[in-house]
Design a protein around this ligand. Structure first.
Ligand SMILES: Cc1ncc(COP(=O)(O)O)c(C=O)c1O
Length: 436
């Protein structure tokens, strides 16, 4: 791959042209080409991308079918302010998505991002129930707009200086087995969460005033925290008992990431509202708030809107993405490669007491680092050293967790056994290097 010295020179301008709130993330790679599971940078290097643009490029970067569909659409129409003009790809997507979504979810409000899909869900829930309360979960992440930030508690710095946030939002403990004070068994973890919910009902908001629970089926930013399988069904039951809506945020878990199209399907739960984005269109900005016909038809004209949502090119890319996931059997590949990767990570854990927990589902896998011989004291310095060391060896992964103590791996669903093994080799060698 050719180098691009001019691009490298321009990188120096970042501190003067990009807001540090965004630009000072990690690792600031100057990418000139992205293809399949690889990124190619301006200094002539190639990286195995185990971030997938934070769970977006599930079918790999620049999949030829996605590219062709987007290019074809671009020749026909680039923009449609949905409502003023309707385009065919939008209606085709409305036909295709219900075939893969949890049963009955068949009406859509399209936006451009995950945060918008969550905003829409919160607004819809309050609008149709006429109730104020939203119960979200500690350690959750739902986006950066005001509503989405108000239901986000993964890190206090995401909320700092923004108070007062949207009112009427309450938080229950997420069933985080590794860090549950009652113990790590499913029973103990569930007890912790259910008691927390009952305490909210008792002390802060009666269930009759709660519009919705908002939950990630696996916490993403929170550190790929996988709850017990009983969790979503238990929430569903509480919702049904009190007429509360269940909003499941599948922005990160959706479109095959867990080995099912949606994580709710892993435990057989049908949400009332689902928020989707990220992997939906392989990198074109698209998101949606989805509900069934009965619920969504109560959201009357003018109650919510958008200029760009449901963009034709993004919709064309989404249709192609769905075809690729199905025709290339990517759910099965996700399950198989996820198993291979998980087995490898568990083997690596045996050598390093700093790895407190190995967890995940499908191809969202994580290592949680703690100081050895401590009471699970988070070890974020090791996380950063490991990420940097892996980067030097050509593997890009990403951090997560409230303390930055988690390394998450988000390979594309097209990943091969050779690429998984190569990544495992790099994880092992890098750990050996950074723990000395
Ligand atoms: C679960 C979840 N919800 C919402 C969002 C926000 O999505 P976006 O960054 O597209 O606004 C994210 C982003 O990481 C996410 O992981």
């Amino acid at each position: 791959m050719e180098k691009d010295p001019q691009f490298l020179e321009m990188m120096k301008k970042i501190p003067t042209v990009l807001a540090p709130s965004l630009a000072e993330d990690w690792p600031e790679l100057p990418v000139i080409k992205a293809e399949g599971a690889y990124l190619y940078t301006a200094d002539g290097k190639r990286y195995l991308d185990f971030t997938s643009g934070i769970a977006v490029t599930n079918v790999g970067h620049c999949h030829p079918r996605v590219l062709a569909a987007a290019q074809k659409q671009m020749n026909e129409m680039i923009h449609s302010a949905v409502g003023v003009t309707i385009h065919k790809t939008l209606l085709e997507l409305c036909e295709a998505l219900p075939k893969v979504l949890p049963t009955g979810l068949d009406m859509f409000f399209f936006g451009n991002s995950g945060a918008e899909a969550v905003e829409g869900a919160i607004k819809l829930a309050r609008y149709v129930t006429n109730r104020p309360g939203i119960i979200a979960f500690e350690g959750g992440f739902h986006g950066r707009t005001y509503g989405a930030a108000s239901v986000t508690t993964v890190k206090s710095k995401y909320r700092n200086h923004y108070e007062p946030l949207v009112p009427g939002i309450y938080f229950a403990p997420y069933p985080y087995p590794y860090r549950c004070p009652f113990g790590s068994t499913p029973e103990a973890t569930m007890e912790w969460t259910l008691q927390g919910i009952q305490r909210l009902f008792q002390h802060q908001i009666p269930p009759q005033q709660v519009a919705a629970f908002l939950v990630e089926p696996v916490q993403g930013e929170g550190g790929y925290v996988v709850p017990p399988v009983e969790f979503l069904p238990a929430l569903r039951k509480i919702c049904d008992e009190y007429g509360i809506l269940l909003i499941v945020d599948e922005v990160q878990t959706g479109f095959g990431r867990t080995g099912e199209m949606f994580a709710s399907q892993l435990v057989g739960v049908t949400p009332d509202i689902i928020s989707i984005a990220k992997g939906i269109a392989s990198g074109f900005p698209l998101g949606a708030t989805v509900a069934n016909h009965e619920l969504m038809s109560k959201w009357l004209a003018g109650a919510h809107g958008t200029t760009f949502g449901g963009n034709p090119i993004a919709c064309a890319a989404a249709l192609a993405t769905l075809d690729v996931i199905r025709e290339e059997n990517l759910l099965e590949n996700c399950r198989q490669m996820g198993k291979r990767f998980m087995t490898g990570l568990l083997n690596i854990q045996k050598k390093y007491p700093q790895i407190g927990d190995v967890r995940g589902v499908g191809l969202m896998l994580a290592l949680e680092f703690v100081h050895p011989n401590s009471n699970k004291t988070p070890y974020p310095e090791l996380t950063m050293n490991l990420l940097n060391s892996m980067l030097e060896q050509g593997l890009v992964a990403y951090m997560a967790g409230t303390y930055g103590q988690v390394v998450r791996f988000i390979p594309p669903l097209i990943v091969t056994a050779e690429q998984v093994d190569e990544a495992l080799g790099i994880v092992d060698a890098s750990l050996a290097k950074v723990v000395g």
